[in-house]
Ligand binder design. Structure first.
Ligand code: FAD
Ligand code: NAP
Length: 338
């Protein structure tokens, strides 16, 4: 395994901010992963795991070993309860996995088409889009315990999934390296069309009863229209999470913003649309130097070229203060900041 010193992370994450890692290595096997973790210990450096870099922000140079998890391999893993199991190593690209499963006639991930990043990072924030979350399709995962060096298996239940949340952001934060995920997929299509944007796109295509492949195409088209392509304009997708608030807080918001969207959660709370709040505060398309708010979706912060992580964080702080002052709503960042 090649270990690089003082390595630029600019091309290794989708926000594309300049920052250097004291050491950088890419682990393609379990042995290399173990060797990387051992090297971090030897050199007294924390190990920062990286997948596709689509949900991270580097605020400055890192006095760390950045270890890219690049284990490869995708294979059928049997059946359970009439559903097919598919095992993907952590470094497999998420969207390649979705496409591959559809090609095998295995359904359930189509709404999650086009999400950048790796299969191994998907459980960390329980990726979700267009009304579907990974949690519904994850069977189990394998992970290397950074303390004991043991391989562990966690069921979906043990991942404590929540809205863009999991045990990997909380009790087991920085404790495990996810090495592989096993997904549970259906042979019978069951399209999930709750989201208006997706329904409208399918309607415009004249597809009343779309196949999973047609749902995938529609999701990809809607995303391509609305979201900036990180290869063209640096971004990390949604920069803020949609807050989930108590009914009283939603009522208070509606008192000052009667048209504010709110989506009921199963537990009685209400999910707010952070992008709507940010847009109403006048930030859509705003720019501070090379740090900006995307003109097509105010939830997405963009790097117009040479923005540093700190500048994006300063813009994020300005937005949070603006939304809190006007609507009394607290926004939390979605990407992990290093
Ligand atoms: P990274 O950014 O590399 O890492 C994210 C975090 O996970 C880091 O803390 C890292 O240390 C940790 N991590 C990475 N790999 C491992 C591993 N193997 N084991 C343990 N920890 C690990 N997200 C959604 O939920 N829904 C969307 O629709 C969506 N759309 C997006 C659109 C765009 C244009 C972009 C840029 C991002 C979008 N995202 C979305 C966010 C992002 O793509 C997901 O969070 C994705 O799962 C991140 O994967 P990654 O491999 O890039 O992770
Ligand atoms: P959108 O369709 O314009 O909707 C705006 C917001 O309203 C979304 O955040 C969504 O919440 C919520 N929403 C819309 N319809 C809903 C419904 N029927 N039930 C419950 N909530 C509803 O959103 P968008 O910005 O174009 O994104 C489309 C999808 O892709 C969303 O699911 C979004 O989460 C996902 N996405 C995520 C990222 C990321 O980085 N996390 C980036 C781009 C897109 P949810 O966000 O909870 O779905």
């Amino acid at each position: 395994m090649q270990v690089l010193e003082n390595h630029s992370l600019k091309a290794l994450h989708t926000l594309g901010c300049e920052a250097r890692a004291r050491l950088f290595a890419e682990a393609r096997t379990l042995d290399e992963l173990r060797a990387g973790l051992a090297l971090g210990r030897e050199r007294g450096l924390p190990v920062v795991l990286l997948g596709g870099g689509s949900n991270v922000l580097f605020r400055a140079d890192l006095e760390a070993l950045v270890l890219k998890v690049a284990l490869d391999g995708l294979e059928p893993a049997g059946e359970e309860g009439g559903q097919a199991l598919v095992r993907a190593a952590a470094g497999v690209g998420w969207d390649a996995l979705v496409e591959d499963c559809l090609r095998r006639g295995l359904h359930g991930l189509e709404n999650l088409s086009g999400i950048p990043g790796t299969a191994g990072a998907a459980p960390v924030q329980n990726i979700g889009a267009y009304g579907v979350e990974l949690a519904e399709r994850l069977h189990s995962l394998e992970a290397l315990d950074r303390h004991s060096g043991e391989l562990r298996r966690l069921t979906a239940r043990e991942c404590h999934f929540g809205y863009r949340d999991s045990i990997f952001k909380r009790a087991l934060r920085d404790r495990l390296v996810i090495c592989a995920v096993t997904l549970r997929l259906s042979r019978a299509p069951a399209p999930r069309l709750e989201y208006a944007a997706l329904r409208d796109e399918l309607q415009a295509r004249g597809l009343a009863r779309p196949t999973p492949a047609q749902v995938r195409d529609a999701v990809l088209a809607v995303r391509a229209r609305k979201l900036p392509d990180p290869a063209v304009l640096g971004n990390a997708g949604s920069f803020f999470q949609n807050p989930i608030v108590a009914p009283a807080a939603f009522a208070a918001l509606r008192a000052v913003a009667p048209d504010a969207p709110g989506y009921p959660e199963p537990d009685g709370r209400v999910k707010l649309a952070a992008g709507w709040l940010i847009e109403r505060c006048g930030f859509k398309g705003a720019r501070r130097g090379d740090a900006g708010v995307h003109s097509g979706q105010a939830l997405v912060l963009v790097n117009h070229g040479q923005a540093r992580g700190q500048e994006l964080l300063a813009l994020a702080d300005e937005i949070r203060a603006g939304v809190a002052a006007r609507y009394g709503v607290r926004l939390e960042l979605e990407p992990r900041v290093y």
